[in-house]
Design a protein around this ligand. Sequence first.
Ligand code: CP
Ligand code: NVA
Length: 306
Amino acid sequence: MALRHFLTLSDLSSAELEQIITRAQELKRLQHERKIYQPFIGKVLGMIFEKSSTRTRVSFEAGMSQFGGHAIFLSSRDTQLGRGEPIEDSARIISSMLDIVMIRTFGHDIIERFAAHSSVPVINALTDDHHPCQLLADIQTFVEHRGSIRGKTVAWIGDGNNMCNSYIEAAHLWGFKLKIASPTGYEPKAEFLNPFADSAKIVASAQEAAQDADLIVTDVWASMGQEEEQKIREKAFKDYQVNETLMQIAHPDCLFMHCLPAHRGEEISENMLDYKNSVVWDEGENRLHAQKALIEFLLNAQLETH
Ligand code: CP
Ligand code: NVA
């Protein structure tokens, strides 16, 4: 099998994604039972961060330690990446010393160029365009609470951002219907939506998206790198808050998710994270288990090639 990367969800087949979600639940059980499972002693994960993170850093670093391996945190502030060393040169050197790499960066082209020059698997830990690791955790969380997501209806309320783009791919790959409600001018770009128009569509309002929803998802109004747009976005998004009134429109057992961090009083009302059908804390924890399943999948695929 050739070298596998995980830059978007579409890098894996539906069957492989299902396999990872099932495995994530098994790894979660092992971890909760405090069972030692160390298949990757001596393996090293590189973690390149050009943007801030809590969940992604902690889950990848803890996951690699639990597997018996090690993780190295590389910030662009302290490496030559921050001083302009070409990404292609960095990829050749870093991948020659490590077994697997994750990157959180700005332009999606940066991770594509890194992967093109890497000799080991590369994982997208968020770019401006995609956040596929979060979707593994979100789908695992839905499955744990409600069973299969196939045929269900999911409402994306808010910015047509990296998370929304990954939801669009997820709808196609896992076979659910995605309704997207975004303010005018903040819809997902056609290049991300059009290839998956069979399963994802834009609707006119948050209320329309919420109708018949089995899951409502939102995210911050201004993503990392858009901080200077905060004020203008607060105005544009004011009708797109997820709150208990909006949840009433959906199915009574409709779940609520948010990748976090959240801004209470903006994209969600004050108490939304602790709403009865909110599963955000499980969703956050599942980053650990889902990414362990992903690391195991990619490292095992890599071992088969050698
Ligand atoms: N959801 C998520 O990716 O969180 P962090 O930015 O804390 O990693
Ligand atoms: N859309 C958000 C997600 C953070 C996990 C951002 O890119 O900042």
